[in-house]
Design a protein around this ligand. Structure first.
Ligand code: DGL
Length: 263
């Protein structure tokens, strides 16, 4: 039998289909500066959002395996799409490991704007999966939840385009038409989208609040590490190791750019 030892000095593994999970990672490192992190981007197989749930499940298991091989003490699925397809399976595979997933921040948006109209921008898969449908069922009496699939949006961020005319034109075409006088909030239900926060907010117009789930994920990781006695107990500053499939110089440059961007 193979035994897998967990201890506080091991790193936390974080994965995404690409670079979107960096928006989550930034919150994790801000809240838990003494932790070590390994970030795995599955660039070769991105995007996940237009694939089948079975395929994303298979890919997510492979990402988790890569992280387990590096002896992580917890896994953060920094991807709403991968969480929808694979969180259950990953938890069944590694029942001894804290596994934290991502889900669109519908609850905080609905709580802040009861009775309002709330747009949820996410991948096609996230919006089609059971996890999102049950979230909507839970809050449907509190607000009007409008799902907005955004195919092609993550690719802008993957290219490091967090601004610019092309991105603006994309948002004018896709987001603008669904904004009404009753729109109170937009939930960024994909970890790539917080990098485009500024321009999304500009296109949406004044008086519309943006929500994302990253701080919630960071708090949940902190809670789970403390509860299981796995929180780093060194006062030394942690560090991040970036790995992934299909790594290239361009990806490294974009990683640097996105890690420096204030969001
Ligand atoms: N970053 C991912 C998410 O949070 C998805 C992007 C993709 O691979 O389509 O849903």
């Amino acid at each position: 039998m193979i035994t897998y030892h967990l201890s506080s000095d091991q790193p936390v593994g974080v994965f995404d289909s690409g670079l979107g999970g960096l928006s989550t990672l930034k919150k994790l490192t801000a809240l838990l500066p003494n932790e070590k992190f390994i970030f795995y981007g599955d660039h070769e197989n991105a995007p996940y959002g237009s694939k089948s749930a079975d395929e994303v499940r298979r890919l997510s298991l492979a990402c988790a395996e890569k992280l387990m091989f590096r002896r992580v003490k917890a896994i953060v699925i920094a991807c709403n799409t991968a969480t929808s397809a694979s969180a259950k399976v990953l938890r069944a595979y590694y029942p001894f490991l804290p596994i934290i997933g991502a889900e669109p921040a519908v609850k905080p948006a609905v709580t802040a704007f009861p009775g309002g109209e709330i747009i949820v921008m996410a991948t096609e898969m996230t919006l089609a999966e059971e996890k999102f449908r049950s979230l909507c069922d839970k809050y449907k009496d509190m607000a009007d939840i409008v799902p907005l699939p955004c195919p092609g949006l993550m690719e802008f961020i993957e290219r490091g385009e967090t601004d610019g005319e092309e991105l603006r034109a994309y948002l004018e075409g896709r987001l603008k038409p669904v904004i009404t006088g009753r729109t109170k909030a937009i939930v960024l239900g994909c970890t790539h989208y917080p990098f485009a926060k500024r321009i999304i907010s500009e296109v949406a117009g004044e008086g519309i609040t943006l929500f994302d789930g990253n701080l919630g994920i960071a708090k949940e990781l902190s809670r789970r590490l403390t509860e299981s006695g796995l929180a780093a107990n060194s006062s030394e500053k942690g560090y991040i190791t970036f790995i992934g499939s299909g790594m290239s110089e361009d990806i490294e440059k974009t990683t640097e750019k996105l890690m420096e961007l204030e969001i």
